[in-house]
Design a protein around this ligand. Structure first.
Ligand SMILES: Cc1ncc(COP(=O)(O)O)c(C=O)c1O
Length: 392
């Protein structure tokens, strides 16, 4: 089956029945009209046709009262997990909720006390850095090891991670594959991490939101809890169809919690605070997990091509380096030697009219994150604008 990842979809000024419609998207509305946005992590592609059809059918029903998570969705996720990650999960381990970021905060409330330490690595997806402060806990961070040779992968620095741990540390906020470096961690790194988690008696929230977007041919995701069954009782795994199938605005995500007591504590913390999952999000999730695979394969082929195109462009930018992302549509670029000063993101926004994410928000100033989940023509246009500033 053929899917269209090439035709740009109007997201800045969409029309409805021939009239200009007001459906602001964060990505396309934050900056001036002449700016190309390659920042926030959503893609410019329409979701799989099967998902759109399932939503149309649900909308035609016309009643949108409180929904319940259907058994068929729980089973769809069990089947997806078994087939794609070799992890047999039970339907009752699933706690559906409206987002992964809310789940990070909920885990802090459910499993830690005021003053406890919440640990994470940097660079990291920015909300990880705010969870502790927002919930009255103590933020603890350890840097990843940056590549010694430009272009080599970023690595987990276990010594730095261990050094950041104190007797107050309770919870590790972990991200695999990793946003923003795109790393899919090696077994060696994860073995070290697992030993450390056990040694320090930590709980782990494993945010695996990008796990269906491993880009290398034949690469397979192994959830942390599946790779280390002895640790599964300490791990809350977070998944969602939102990145893979471009459904972030429909707010449906799932915490997979094998341990019954952790599950109860998580559910208790959610009460009164967390809205039920969005009925349309649940419909979309089930359609995506049951019928979205051919679309996902076609998406991966598109993203692989974009990754090559981006690497060629970066090779022509003196003082800019990138480790090829092993997953997702996000690239992490080092511009500390580009001559653009302390805030390259701002210079590129002003001079190239391309909006990227600022590395400072991820804990590493001098870097930018570039979202290549867009059409080839929009990517080409953005790269040629960046060329004008960087290729000299
Ligand atoms: C690693 C990671 N976690 C969480 C999120 C946000 O998830 P949600 O929209 O479900 O809160 C993102 C979005 O980019 C992400 O990259």
């Amino acid at each position: 089956m053929k899917f269209d990842f090439a035709t740009p979809v109007e997201r800045r000024h969409p029309s409805r029945h021939g009239q200009a419609a007001d459906w602001p998207s964060q990505k396309w509305h934050r900056h001036d009209d002449d700016v190309l946005p390659l920042w926030v992590a959503d893609m410019d592609f329409r979701s799989p046709p099967a998902v759109i059809e399932a939503l149309e059918a649900r909308i035609a029903h016309g009643v949108f009262g409180y929904g319940e998570v259907p058994d068929s969705l729980r089973e769809a996720l069990c089947a997806w997990s078994g087939e794609h990650y070799d992890w047999a999960i039970a339907p009752e381990w699933q706690h559906w909720l409206p987002g992964v970021v809310p789940a990070l905060h909920l885990a802090s409330l459910a499993f830690t006390a005021p003053g406890d330490g919440i640990l994470t690595v940097t660079p990291i997806y920015p909300p990880f850095l705010s969870v502790a402060e927002r919930t009255g806990r103590r933020a603890q961070t350890a840097p990843l090891a940056e590549p010694e040779v430009p272009g080599e992968p970023w690595r987990l620095d276990l010594d730095a991670l261990e050094a950041a741990i104190t007797p107050e540390t309770r919870l590790l906020l972990w991200c695999q594959p990793h946003n923003p470096t795109g790393r899919a961690w090696s077994s060696e790194e994860l073995n070290g991490l697992a030993a450390l988690v056990e040694r320090h008696d930590l709980l782990v929230v494993s945010d695996e939101l990008h796990c269906d977007l491993l880009l290398d041919e034949g690469a397979r995701h192994r959830p942390l809890a599946a790779q280390f069954p002895a640790l599964a009782r300490r791990i809350i795994t977070l998944w969602a169809p939102s990145k893979t199938f471009n459904l972030a605005g429909l707010t449906a995500a799932c915490a997979v919690i094998p341990d019954a007591s952790l599950r109860r504590r998580f559910a208790a913390a959610a009460k009164g605070l967390m809205p039920d999952a969005n009925v349309l999000g649940l419909v979309a999730a089930e359609a995506a997990y049951t019928q979205g695979e051919p679309w996902r394969q076609a998406l991966l082929a598109t993203l692989r091509g974009h990754r090559v195109r981006l690497a060629e462009a970066v090779a022509g930018w003196p003082g800019v380096t990138m480790s090829a992302p092993q997953s997702t549509y996000l690239a992490w670029l080092d511009l500390r030697r580009s001559g653009l000063g302390e805030s390259p993101q701002r210079v590129l926004l002003e001079e190239a009219r391309v909006a990227l994410s600022d590395g400072a928000d991820f804990g590493w100033p001098g870097f930018v994150r570039l979202n290549f989940g867009t059409t080839r023509s929009q990517l080409d246009e953005a790269l040629s604008r960046l060329d004008r500033v960087l290729a000299q």
